[in-house]
Every structure is written in C-alpha cells, then in structure tokens.
Design a protein around this ligand. Structure first.
Ligand SMILES: [Zn+2]
Length: 509
C-alpha cells in the first residue's frame, strides 16, 4: 500500500478510521483516510501522505468507526422540554398533553432554549441532520426567528417544515365528537389546528422560501396529516413543493384510530387515505409519510408505484400503543424507509441507535416467515434513506467524494466493540450512543471528544433551567385538564380498539 498525495485544498484529514463507504464490507470495514476540503469530502484513500502538510488538521480515527451522520427524518422541537413526562398513553390522549395547541403562547427564551437542547441531543447522538416538523401555535415570526437562530448557533443541518392543517382536530378522531359533551369540545385538539391569524403557507413562502438560502438550512412543507388537510390544502402544498423542489412531510396511520377514521370517512376511496392522495394527483416522491403503521397492502403498493417514502418512528409508536409497522411488506414493495425519533414526549430520546435496534427487532416480528438480515438495512434507513427523502441524497447520507463532510466517529475502545465481530450488527444491536466521540457537519467539527464545540453546553442547561418553571406550571394545568377528560378519553379509546378493521397491527387484539 503506497501513500497517496492529499487532494488540493484539503483542510482536514480523518486518518485510519474504519469507514462505512458505499462499496465497503460493512461487517469488517477497512481502515482508510478521508480528506476534507472545506465543507466536502475531497478524497478517500487507503492512506494519504502527510509530509510537510502540517497546516492540515488531522483527526486520528484509529479504533474508530466512521459513518455518515445520521438523518433524523422525523422530529418535532416543540416538546423537547416534555421528555420523561409520560409513560404509556394512547396516541389520541397523548395529543392533549404534548402538542402546542393545548399550551398558552411560549416565550422566545423558551423556544430558543428548547431548540438548542434538542439540537444538542441530536448531535451528541451522532445525528448530523434533523427534520424538524415544528408546530408554532399561534404562529409568531419572533418564535420562528428564535428557532432559526438556535439551529445556526449550534451548527446542525436542518430540514425545516412548519406543521399546518385546515381542519379542526376534533373532526378527525373517531368517536370524540359523539362521546364528549359539547361543552368540552373546545378543549380537544391535535397536532396542528387551523391558524386563525395568517395564511401560514403564504407567509412561509414569502419569508422563507423566497429568502436568501442559509448554509445548513433547507426547507420542506409539513401538512399535519391528510385527514387534517382539505384536498385544496394538499393541492396547494404539492404545487409549492414542485415549484421549489422541496420535500413534504406528513403523518399517516400512526394509530388504529387513524386507520379507522379513514375507513369511516372515505367510502369513495375504499376508506384508504393513500388512494385519496393518489387520485387527487398529489402522491409523488417528494412525500414522506411518518409512522405508516396501519398502511394496507394496497396502499403500500401505491406508495411504491408513486415513489413516495415512509419514516418509521418505532420508539413513540410502541409507547403510544400504536402497533408494529409492516416493515417487511414495505421492504418487499421497495418503498423508501427513513427513520426518526419523533417527539421528545413520546420517544423521549433522540437516539438513532435505539431507533435502528427497534427497526431490526420489529422487522423480525412484522412477518411470521424468517426474513433477510436487517442491520445494514437499518443503517441505510438511518442515513441514506433519510437523505433521499429530504431530496438531499446527492449531497449527504453517504461517505463519498463530492458529498458534504457530515460524519460521525464512534470510539471502538469500548465493551460494545470487543470483540469486533460485525461493525454493522454491533452498531445496530450493541452500541447505544456511548461511543459517539466526534461529529462533523459540513466539514466543521461540532462535537469533539463528546462535547459540543459551537456552544458551551452548560449555558444550554442553564437556559433550560431558567424556562422550566413556566413550562412546568403550564404542564401541570394541562395534566389536570386531561385528568378531567379521562373518562371520555377512555370511552373513545375503547370504541377505537373494539371496532372492526380489515388489517391489524397490534399483537394483543
Ligand atoms: Zn410526528
């Protein structure tokens, strides 16, 4: 093996790491050097010669696994402060605890602090890109500006969408309207409610899509869920997405109740939301459907036919009693499968290692017949598929020349990696995040020796402490309100669970 000369313009060299490049054996990846020039990967070689090039920063990556930074393809920064507040709660009830329409307006300080904290957790877990589908309700520009400032300060790549809807939540959940007394209806809401003050999409277009690009920020659109959006709103969304060539993120079939709602309200489409979208002409590769637990086989085939993808969020789906997604059916159909960690109040951890492990485990029980190995599929979902879904698959999600230098280095001097039998399997089934040592975004080292370099982490924890009294006060009020609603919530939930449905994704029924 002879040493090669460094590519012109090299600013940083990652030396001797075992890298998951597209062509490598991901079970026993070889040691290589990765040369970075500015924000991009300029060269990959067995070894580069460093003689007389002392101005170049060298990161010693021996005994490290080097992987493309994870893409957290479904996340909401609005409830970062609610991590650890809840245990098992049915999805429909959880919405009342955690989602912005239930809360009084937040302070700019709180919005800024929670965005910083969420970004910090993502980076420290090896994520270099996060798709934030944020509900700001009621919308205020100063909140949006605080979010943008926090992300820029931390230095994580963001695919940002505002979440919106034009149908009231109570209209979209089975049995709520008939079960709750009318005087309680104003207390019921979901992920996004119709915005009364402004035309949110028009405002987003004029203030963000048409504005000068920001280096680490790309835009997306976030119709909350098809049942919460009229056909006209979905049409407008897709027209805008096609005009600006940006991705669209929405929720679909997270819970049994969401599938039941479709069956009850869409007889003209055989009760299938995906068929509705296909016939409305809005189903295309720009669409990413978060959850997709209760997709039918016919809908999976429609997704494959139209090139639309899904984003699975196994942590929250289990805690919210939603069920097991049909992973093997999605794989067999060739549907793009990204991975996300969803809200902090339902998934709690922004941890792609947990998501990948659950992906592999749930794949095993999603089909009675033994299937193919899933570790490499889980890693591809956590990296490439998330990048492809964001329409950034040509620049991030892979370690290749010309791609952005978004990399995560895992320290293998750890029990998780001894003995090293398979890098891919140990990344998915053993490593839990303890080994994340160095993270690069756009060629910049944003985590070094397990610490954020862009912001003093203690200032983030202090900022969170400052805003928590107000958050806790409001959370207590909300919890007391949900407790009063509990008898009707339980009754509606039982009706959802007892109703007949043509598919099943829960093991205990
Ligand atoms: Zn979500």
């Amino acid at each position: 093996m002879s040493d090669e000369s460094l590519p012109a313009g090299t600013t940083l060299l990652i030396k001797g790491g075992r890298a998951l490049t597209p062509g490598a054996d991901w079970h026993q990846p070889p040691c290589i050097d990765i040369a970075i020039a500015g924000d991009a990967i300029a060269g990959i070689a067995d070894a580069y010669s460093l003689a007389a090039r002392s101005e170049i920063e060298v990161i010693d990556a021996r005994d490290h696994l080097v992987l493309p930074g994870f893409v957290n393809a479904h996340y909401h920064s609005h409830d970062v402060l609610a991590k650890g507040t809840l245990e098992e709660v049915p999805l429909e009830s959880w919405r009342l605890y955690a989602l912005p329409p239930q809360y009084p307006p937040r302070s700019v300080e709180e919005v800024y602090a929670r965005t910083l904290l969420g970004a910090l957790e993502c980076l420290r877990s090896g994520m270099t890109t996060v798709q934030d589908m944020l509900t700001l309700y009621p919308y205020e520009d100063r909140h949006m500006d605080a979010v943008m400032a926090a992300y820029e300060k931390v230095g994580i790549r963001v695919v940002f969408a505002l979440q919106y809807a034009d149908r009231k939540g109570i209209e979209t959940i089975p049995f709520w309207k008939d079960t709750f007394p009318a005087e309680l209806h104003p207390l019921l809401s979901t992920a996004a409610e119709p915005e009364r003050q402004i035309d949110l999409i028009g405002h987003f277009e004029s203030t963000r899509l048409k504005a000068a690009p920001r280096p680490l920020m790309s835009w997306a659109l976030g119709p909350s869920a098809p049942e919460r959006c009229s056909p006209a709103l979905m049409q407008r969304t897709m027209e805008l997405a096609r005009r600006y060539d940006i991705p669209v993120y929405t929720h679909i079939y997270e819970s049994r109740g969401m599938a039941l709602q479709a069956r009850m309200t869409l007889p003209e489409y055989s009760g299938l939301l995906i068929r509705r979208l296909a016939e409305e002409g809005v189903l295309d590769p720009r669409l990413n459907f978060a959850h997709s637990v209760w997709l039918s086989r016919e809908e999976i085939e429609l997704l494959a036919e139209h090139g639309a993808g899904v984003v699975l969020n196994p942590q929250g789906n289990l805690k919210m009693k939603c069920g097991i997604p049909p992973i093997r059916m999605l794989q067999d159909a060739g549907v793009r499968i990204g991975l996300g960690c969803d809200n902090c109040s339902c998934s709690d951890a922004q941890n792609m290692f947990v998501a990948m492990k659950l992906f592999g485990l749930l794949a095993a029980v999603s089909d009675p017949i033994p299937g193919p190995p899933q570790a490499i599929a889980a890693i591809r979902s956590a990296t490439e598929a998330g990048a492809d879904g964001a329409r950034l698959g040509h620049t991030i999600g892979r370690i290749a020349v010309g791609f952005k230098a978004d990399l995560t280095l895992i320290d293998m001097n750890d029990p998780s990696w001894s003995p090293m039998n398979s890098a891919a399997r140990q990344l998915v089934h053993v490593e839990a995040g303890r080994g994340v040592r160095t993270v690069l975004v756009n060629g910049a080292v944003v985590v070094r020796d397990r610490k954020l370099t862009s912001v003093d982490e203690t200032t983030i924890y202090e900022a969170v402490k400052t805003v928590m009294p107000e958050f806790r006060k409001d959370f207590a009020v909300i919890s007391a309100r949900v407790a009063k609603l509990q008898p009707w919530l339980d009754r509606a939930h039982k009706q959802i669970m007892d109703a007949e449905l043509d598919i099943e994704r829960l093991p205990f029924r």
